[in-house]
Design a protein around this ligand. Structure first.
Ligand SMILES: Cc1ncc(COP(=O)(O)O)c(C=O)c1O
Length: 445
């Protein structure tokens, strides 16, 4: 069934028109008439099909994908196991609503989540459609289970765009500006950001904990919610010891530790979850993105006593854990295992790191190279300083786009270029992409 589809694409980057090409430009003109201008336009090249690490646009340009649709298609595009699982499920049934008539694949995804997430205690999960929805539900669960209202979040955090998750997200433009009022009982404390604060992990944790204790009060705090590596906020990797110190403090104080692994989870960093790098065991973990290889699926997984504290009917939604998305998730998890993608993510990370660190020695606009595994970034600064240089980041992104390489920006100041290649990218493709990124950096230096 799958092989009869005319989807085969090559493995090489090939730009045959100006980008965007004429067909993309025509589609973009149509879009402007009917799609809200509130949605940003990263790169108006319209996609026709994709395979592995190559995305083909409507003009026939073959682009190299170093973004994975923002860390979603970690196993690559059109992976046969996923295509087959999804196609088969679509033919069997597409929807019943798990709360009306349940089905096995939902249970299987929850079994896999119990198995893969850290912690040997009894766990249960609930499935949703998007990362923001998972975060909303994790907060609901933590508040109900503890009977306390306050949620602690961090500077530079990104947790979504719904009303509650806007409150949890740090950056105003473009995510929050004039969309308030926002949900109450959300308190922001400083993140560990070694490049900018120079603090050790334990010292940065002590700084955050002091604020929580003196300004919010432990007895009011339901949860500490943190991305173990910040995504949209700039691929900020906290200093070693920060996450363990926070986790220890939450355990000692009856506070729920929620790890938002929506961007950093599912093999991206070379472990199933980024918290594993420091042996941290969260009470609740939120997942989405890489969980289902491109189908919309999200989850909250955690200690059974917290997850099951909720009254029957307190969690749910029409589409959450949709059977097609669940089938995609099971195929994704199996593919990560079959193709040893944890090891591959580590190897990709080493290659990216070596190339970028070598480049950083030659130029004065890279303030820091950071990340874990196949989640690496460069923070661009004014030459020889730590002043954020968003213009350089934008120029490098545009250079890469013109060469047919998809990269992404992030950071509170928009000055971080991030790389999230699919984990099935070949060594040749990765070398090609890194050569383009390096040329882009040199071109603006
Ligand atoms: C860490 C993190 N949390 C939450 C979200 C929100 O996920 P979604 O866009 O699926 O609502 C994102 C999305 O980028 C994210 O990176």
């Amino acid at each position: 069934m799958v092989s009869s589809l005319d989807t085969h694409v090559g493995t090489e980057r090939k730009v045959i028109t100006d980008l965007p090409g004429p067909k993309s430009q025509a589609l973009h003109a149509r879009r402007k008439a009917v799609v809200s201008s509130g949605l940003s336009v990263g790169f108006p090249v319209y996609i026709d099909r994709a395979e592995g690490a190559i995305v083909v646009d409507v003009d026939g340009n073959q682009l190299l994908d170093l973004g994975s649709g923002i860390a979603v298609t970690g196993i690559g595009h059109a992976v046969p196991a996923l295509v087959e699982a999804v196609s088969e499920q679509v033919a069997r049934f597409t929807h019943t609503c798990f709360m009306v008539n349940p089905y096995e694949s939902y249970v299987e995804v929850c079994e896999a989540l119990s198995d893969l997430t850290p912690g040997t205690f009894a766990k249960t999960s609930a499935l949703f459609n998007s990362g923001a929805e998972a975060i909303e539900n994790a907060v609901k669960i933590a508040r109900l289970a503890t009977g306390k209202p306050a949620i602690i979040v961090f500077e530079h955090a990104y947790h979504g765009r719904t009303n509650l998750t806007m409150a949890l997200t740090a950056k105003n433009m473009p995510y929050k500006d004039r969309f308030g009022p926002f949900a109450p009982e959300v308190y922001r404390v400083p993140m560990s950001y070694p490049f900018r604060d120079g603090l050790s992990g334990p010292d940065a944790a002590a700084r955050a904990i002091k604020i929580i204790e003196s300004e919010i009060g432990v007895h009011n705090v339901a949860a500490v919610l943190i991305e173990p590596i910040q995504g949209e906020g700039g691929f900020v990797v906290p200093a070693d010891g920060f996450l363990p110190a926070l986790s220890a403090w939450t355990s000692a104080n009856g506070v729920v530790f929620i790890a938002d692994e929506i961007q950093s989870g599912f093999a991206r960093t070379g472990e199933w979850f980024a918290v594993n790098h420091e042996g941290v065991v969260p009470d609740l973990i939120t997942t989405a993105k890489g969980l289902a290889g491109g189908m919309p699926l999200a989850g909250v997984t955690g200690r059974a006593e917290l997850m099951n504290a909720v009254h029957e009917g307190g969690l749910g939604g029409t589409y959450g854990g949709n059977p097609v998305a669940a089938a995609a998730s099971l195929a994704t998890i199996q593919t990560i295992k079959d193709w040893n993608l944890l090891e591959r993510a580590t190897a990709i990370g080493e290659t990216m790191r070596t190339t970028l660190e070598h480049l950083a020695k030659d130029v004065s606009i890279i303030g820091e190279v950071r990340g874990r595994g196949a989640m690496q970034a460069i923070e661009l600064v004014e030459p020889g300083t730590k002043t954020p240089n968003a213009a350089a980041a934008k120029a490098i992104l545009a250079f890469c786009q013109q060469q047919g390489v998809i990269t992404l920006l992030c950071g509170t100041d928009g000055n971080v270029l991030r790389l999230l290649p699919p984990l099935i990218i070949s060594d040749e493709q990765l070398a090609d992409g890194l050569a383009v990124v390096s040329a882009g950096v040199r071109s603006v230096q």
